[in-house]
Design a protein around this ligand. Sequence first.
Ligand code: URA
Length: 242
Amino acid sequence: MDAALRSLLDWYAEMGVDVPKVPDARPMRAKRPAPTATPKETPSTVTAVPKTDLSKVKTLDALREAMNGFDAGALSDGARQAVFARGNPEANLMVIGEAPGRDEDIQGKPFVGRSGQLLDRMLGAIALGEDDFYVTNVVNWRPPQNRNPKPDEIELCRPFIEKHIELAQPKILLLVGGISMTALTGLTGIMKNHGQWQDVTIAGTTYPALPLYHPAFLLRRPELKKDAWRDLLSLREKLLSL
Ligand code: URA
């Protein structure tokens, strides 16, 4: 069977959707055990939060340039490059994740590692291809040792995500993970808030925003994929209603 079709059917099955059993000539790959070592916490890279003035930035290209030239102190010093965006900037849907990881730091694009592949499969399951969404993060440089971004690192990067939304003018925001949800809505607790539509107002425009479980979290907690599937169906409905 075609690998893409197999991957889609596997995702449906994992989410508790009934799919017919299709024989596969290839043996199933054994699941890798979850890593047990937790990365050591490192202190925030930010000592003082300088206010970034992006008022003269009028295009996405100019924003990318401003980001590339921005000195985020130890945060940017510790990363290979700024990670801006991927996908279609004209799309109705803007997907906002947390921060780049190792693969994103190397490639300079958001969500290109293992969780990015799952994100693409999740969006593919509601018939969204690369051209149907635009992806970025609330923090644009990889935090040391892949740890979660700290609140002051999020504040440091806030002008970039706000300007990014203002310039891309999407119709809908998908807030991937608790950190992105908290950064843009102020809500805490992705377990209780996922799937609940919120309003996010940036530069005078209000966007409907849907918090979704982060794919990295779903890789650790596959039993939650059923809930993620429900949230994705709600996203699809909203997109179809535009
Ligand atoms: N996780 C995120 O939140 N963003 C990325 O770009 C990669 C992994």
